[in-house]
Ligand binder design. Sequence first.
Ligand SMILES: Cc1cc2nc3c(=O)[nH]c(=O)nc-3n(C[C@H](O)[C@H](O)[C@H](O)COP(=O)(O)OP(=O)(O)OC[C@H]3O[C@@H](n4cnc5c(N)ncnc54)[C@H](O)[C@@H]3O)c2cc1C
Length: 447
Amino acid sequence: MRLLWLRNDLRLEDNAGWQHLADYRGQTAAVFILPAHWRTTDEYGLHRLGAARSAYLQQALTDLSARLAPFALTLLQGDPAELLLAWHERQPFELVTHAAQAPEEAGWLTRLHDAGVLLHTFEAQPLFAPQQVAPLCERFPASFTGFRQQVEKKPAWPVPAPQPAVDLGRLRAATCPLTSGIGWPKWPGEPVHPAWHGGETAAQGWLTHYLFERRALSHYKASRNELTGRYFSSHLSAALAWGCLSPRTVWHQILAYEQHWGSDEHSYWLRFELLWREYFHWSLRVHDRQLFAAGGLTGRAVTGEFNAAYWQAWCNARTGWPMIDAGLKELMATGFCSNRLRQNLASCLIHELGLDWRLGARFFERYLVDFDVASNWGNWAYIAGTGHDPCQGRRFNPHRQWRQYDPGLIHLHQWLPELGPVTLEQVESHQRGEQLLDYPAPLVPLA
Ligand SMILES: Cc1cc2nc3c(=O)[nH]c(=O)nc-3n(C[C@H](O)[C@H](O)[C@H](O)COP(=O)(O)OP(=O)(O)OC[C@H]3O[C@@H](n4cnc5c(N)ncnc54)[C@H](O)[C@@H]3O)c2cc1C
């Protein structure tokens, strides 16, 4: 028997896993396992499956099951390696799964391999084929620019074409000998943005709408730093993080858009951002556990006390900086906030509050609908100065940022309506420590 273990490759198209099953003459099955420890809360009040992530995942699995029918997708919850070994004991199989992106997954695969399970791995997350990237990984570029220049060199590295879905009618289904099912947390309701409706069907619909119906790519570079709105950026991150779309599909759809309407700085820039994702992805493969250490890739010793009051205020979105609290509220309510906000949130947690950047990364991991281990930890490390930033960290000035990106305080009013009709100047004064507003004083006055 051959078993396909899906993790964050929840799609039929451009997923080599299904080809592995279709090529096999014997019985086949497919499984998704929700790691039980994702739902365990630690001493910082953090776990790994916030409401938005959980809803997206549940919808993505429902959609995939419907697309697969009558072939069944088995759903399990528990320790992935333990469950797979229990299954293997009762019904031996060859395991097909995509290559590990992060150490946790690598650990599961090692346990399975060491217990005698035959593994077939393939790539499902990156744009480039491993053989294209191999020479770069040997001496991994210290900066994104170094990586991008290699990739964009003439002749450019081609992005392999996405593979169409295989004919599932050829599969001979096996049944799972374990009791299956996942106990989902409470459903938080319909997502406020169509791109956060989980699943391949919704993701394909959104991609077509964004690129070809709305043609929102025509202003991408100019609008991508905005804080609010449906079309300011592509909102493709959740679909990419859960693998409802492959990055190759998105890339080739951008090329199709360019063929139709011509390429410009906007279409180039969306591909540029996909290269950032790619950079962080391969960086994690190369640096592995080092990324998660306090000193990150720098190996620097990092000291600092844990300030419980600051952490509590952060978790309750009550830092006393209205601009930051609005961003935290949006993140916690929807599972999303813009890249510009993420940068400012990270900068404030690290450089103003002096909290451990890894707590911030884990906080995002809990809430983000689009949590992606490489992009999230890579970006946090970048801002903390423990990652790939040649400037050794980024400290943002929120006052300057909001003057540039939300001068009308649209985002602030949307997420902190209790502030009433305040001006930018009043908010700035409050954040500097002059208690002008009927709002908690800032934990630390912003210089
Ligand atoms: C502190 C911090 C944490 C982040 N955590 C995540 C995360 O967990 N998951 C995630 O997908 N992105 C993360 N990002 C990157 C970025 O903020 C999001 O990808 C983006 O905001 C998602 O919205 P979008 O799809 O509309 O992006 P767009 O601007 O439309 O970009 C298109 C795609 O390119 C990729 N991309 C864009 N910017 C980045 C970037 N800086 N790094 C890596 N990939 C990028 C994403 O896949 C994104 O969907 C983080 C950024 C910061 C500063």
